[in-house]
Unconditional design. Structure first.
Lengths: 230, 230
DNA sequence: GCGTGTCACGTACGCTGTACGTACGTCAAT
DNA sequence: ATTGACGTACGTACAGCGTACGTGACACGC
């Protein structure tokens, strides 16, 4: 029996196996051993199917929200959960971000994140802004990570990049080794840490302003110059 | 006379006017008053054409790098320059980010950015990491901004979003007004400021470590709780 | 038996990207 | 002046795309 979820999962598998360009209604139908038009009994259009794919992938984000952990650590955990899914479905992730969807699929993560940020001491408007900024960073990072290769090979093939004139671009030329290689884990954790610390500073300033006190006021984890962690 | 740049600019105009889905070789040829296959004398494939579009848009980023300004301000200026182009070619921006291109188009911005970060006191590795984090944030923000609507209407039509069960998602429900509306300028500047301040803190720590001194050491602009600026 | 629905399916239409062959202008060498 | 090579524009053709539409098989309440 054909149904919507079978179609969606077939689409996800096909995307991961052969890339988003290989996706066509005929291809998916063949994958399921059915006629093309049968799909349209369950999915109104290809665009809607891709939306459903995005929704499906997004809903797979697993959250192990540990209320006992410090809010900064919970922020890290949520960001990593998001990233883990993106790495598990790299090519579908491109579909997710390419396509703005107004569904309630990503609502639970949002709820959790807002709870965490409220706990950190931000009021509603600040929490939303923080969340938006954080999502922007995570999405941007994932775009770089999963977009760097069609599959998710560890690193770009190597000397695919052309020569650079050291006279025109001295710094690019000098920093070539750092620019060419990229440890995605380390890179992500670096930015994550920077953001978390910036948020902690802001939270401390908030708390300080609220209690009318001076400046420190134990805002939690005062920027430990922290390196990447894994 | 047909040539590559005429084709590319026609493609950009078409994308902006009717969206990326409307782009086809036949459509572009018709736009130029030319046969379809004539395009292939100047462009090897549609994919290559879209790459060229991305490259073209990217190369339009205008930099008025003012060496007298503080490095934090220069970071802001560069980020805004990037964003301005994305707003000028919103739909083409989507093809830029959807498509990973290994060309030298975005090399000048990279060079400028690295110079700025070096001036801030970061060594090569840190400068590259900072740059990557910054690009991730900017790209993620732009994805949200330009993806929110096909055109760049100020805000989502309005009540397009479905109802949310306040019992299941209390915070989402409570913060609905903040979540629905979004002042993109303000939002962008908020995250930008947070990032710049986080970088400044890091730069100060760096400088402190290098001089062996304590902690302050005039790293520039010590986190002024700053609001958005325009 | 008989409408009424749902579901799988086949056919068909107007698109798409592009491989291939052709025709015409210009320029270099003869 | 003639010839040949070459670059450019073009038309045709093919395989594949999304999907509108009609058809037939089956299950149901009356």
């Amino acid at each position: 029996m054909l149904n919507r979820t079978r179609i969606v999962t077939a689409a996800v598998e096909l995307i991961e196996r052969e890339g988003a360009d290989a996706v066509s209604m005929r291809r998916i139908a063949a994958e399921l051993g059915v006629g093309v038009m049968s799909l349209y009994n369950h999915v109104p259009s290809k665009a809607a199917l891709l939306d459903a794919v995005a929704e499906d992938v997004l809903s797979r984000i697993g959250f192990t929200d540990d209320p006992s952990a410090h809010w900064t650590e919970r922020v890290r955990i949520q960001a990593r959960a998001f990233r883990r899914i993106a790495h598990h479905y790299p090519r579908s992730t491109m579909v997710v971000v390419s396509r703005q969807l107004n569904s309630t699929a990503g609502l639970l993560p949002v709820e959790r994140a807002l709870a965490t940020l409220r706990e950190a001491g931000f009021d509603g408007g600040e929490a939303v802004r923080m969340l938006r900024m954080f999502i922007a960073y995570v999405v941007g990072s994932l775009l770089r990570e999963v977009g760097v290769t069609p599959t998710f090979a560890p690193v770009r093939a190597g000397a695919a990049v052309a020569e650079v004139d050291p006279a025109l671009f001295p710094l690019v030329s000098e920093l070539r080794p750092q620019l060419d290689s990229c440890d995605h884990d380390e890179e992500f954790e670096f930015g994550l840490e920077l953001l978390v610390q910036a948020m902690a500073v802001r939270a401390a300033a908030r708390a300080g302003a609220r209690t009318g006190g001076g400046e420190g006021e134990r805002g939690g984890e005062r920027a430990g110059r922290g390196g990447a962690r894994q």
